[in-house]
Design a binder for this molecule. Structure first.
Ligand code: SF4
Ligand code: SF4
Length: 385
């Protein structure tokens, strides 16, 4: 581990959001209040000390910020009002940028102009591609573009291939960044490499946390947030799976009746997405819970984009079944102009990265904890005592 002190670290971390740790007098109230601290006696204070002491190497190897599930109990308990919850959130943005080899995560997480600009640029690119496709492939005169009434069928199956690219390419970038996370947090710790068999045995940890967000349920004050987050997360996951494996269900000339299972599944997922994101946005507006008292603008953008994607998606369905072709066409254009930037920017670089990084961190942590180095011998126990 690199123990050199980097005096620029605090200033750099603060570029990623709120990190008011200079008032921290290391009292430990945040650790006592955190139900996820477990045996990590210095969680979440350890990360704060690493930043204040400029221990960049230790911070980059740390998995602590990903253990935090953002409940806010530590911020309520902190007598100095330094906001450790926000600090952990800021560190997650910093670490996501450390893992990202493209440098885009760092740009969008430190600059509103870059963040909004990149979403806007991808949206404009999608609009230009839409115009180009109609003019060059469908051979529609530009003068007819905004007024010609036609169904969506002329875009099948090109939209299937387009969708595969805009889902799988960002996911591939996210996976490469996840590999870099492994490299920084596990591989470079050569002294605690686990045997391959242990990697397979502990893979269940990743699966459990990826599908259940189980840690969130361990916060007593988050009992009502966990089922909502679970349903929202699973809805996003099923949506991605449908986009990759079953888009042709929905992109077909045939209009299935309302009771058809694929339509019902689509409606259920859309309802859950609208409910889940609407609940988050209302919470942020009301600011009653500690978790919502202080929000970075990126905390708003992702649920707004997800909400707008779900609403425009269901509107396309309603207009199509109602036979309103021009309305269907317009709303579908809006739908992809909103959803594609969300997929391309948020999934590999933004807030959505926690979908992979958090369960991976808990997986890596379980490997670390099971390593013999972490089990003290009786002699060591006696020495410690
Ligand atoms: S409760 Fe506040 S002052 Fe005490 S250790 Fe935690 S962050 Fe620092
Ligand atoms: S926000 Fe909640 S989970 Fe995160 S460190 Fe604070 S108390 Fe622990």
């Amino acid at each position: 581990m690199d123990y050199s002190c980097d005096p620029t670290l605090l200033a750099e971390v603060r570029r990623y959001g709120k990190f008011d740790a200079t008032g921290c007098f290391n009292c430990g109230s945040c650790t006592l209040s955190c139900d996820l601290a477990g045996d990590h006696a210095s969680f979440p204070r350890r990360s704060t000390r690493q930043v204040l002491m400029g221990l960049r190497g230790a911070l980059n190897e740390s998995l602590d910020p990903w253990i935090c599930h953002d409940c806010g109990d530590c911020s309520t308990a902190c007598p100095r009002e330094t906001g450790p919850r926000e600090g952990m959130m800021t560190l997650r943005r910093y670490l996501a940028s450390v893992y990202d080899w493209t440098g885009i995560a760092s740009k969008i997480n430190t600059s509103k102009v870059w963040y909004i600009g990149s979403l806007f640029a991808v949206g404009v690119l999608v609009l230009l591609l839409t115009v180009w496709y109609h003019v060059s492939v469908v051979k529609m005169p530009l003068s007819d573009f905004t007024s010609t009434s036609m169904g969506l069928e002329h875009m099948f199956p090109i939209m299937t291939y387009f969708t595969l690219v805009v889902v799988l390419f960002p996911f591939f970038i996210l996976l490469t960044n996840a590999f870099r996370m492994y490299w920084f947090t596990v591989h470079q710790k050569a002294s605690i490499q686990s045997p391959l068999s242990q990697w397979f045995v502990e893979a269940k940890t990743f699966m459990i946390h990826f599908f259940t967000y189980k840690k969130m349920a361990e916060c007593p004050n988050e009992k009502d947030r966990w089922p909502k987050h679970l349903l929202l997360g699973l809805s996003c996951l099923v949506t991605l799976l449908l986009l990759v494996f079953a888009l042709r269900w929905f992109q077909t000339d045939k209009l299935y009746p309302i009771y058809y299972p694929m339509r019902l599944l689509g409606y259920l997922i859309t309802a859950l997405l609208i409910y889940g994101t609407g609940d988050v946005l209302l919470g942020r507006l009301k600011k009653k819970k500690e978790i919502y008292k202080s929000s970075d603008f990126r905390d708003w953008t992702f649920p707004i984009l997800l909400f707008a994607t779900a609403v425009t998606g269901i509107a396309v369905n309603i207009f199509r079944y109602a036979g309103l072709e021009l309305a269907t066409h317009y709303v579908y254009a809006i739908h992809i102009i909103i959803s594609v930037p969300m997929l391309v920017i948020e999934m590999p670089f933004g807030k959505w990265t926690h979908m992979i990084y958090r369960p991976l961190a808990l997986y890596f942590l379980s490997l670390r904890e099971r390593h013999p180095q972490y089990e003290l011998s009786p002699k060591e126990v006696a020495n410690v005592a």
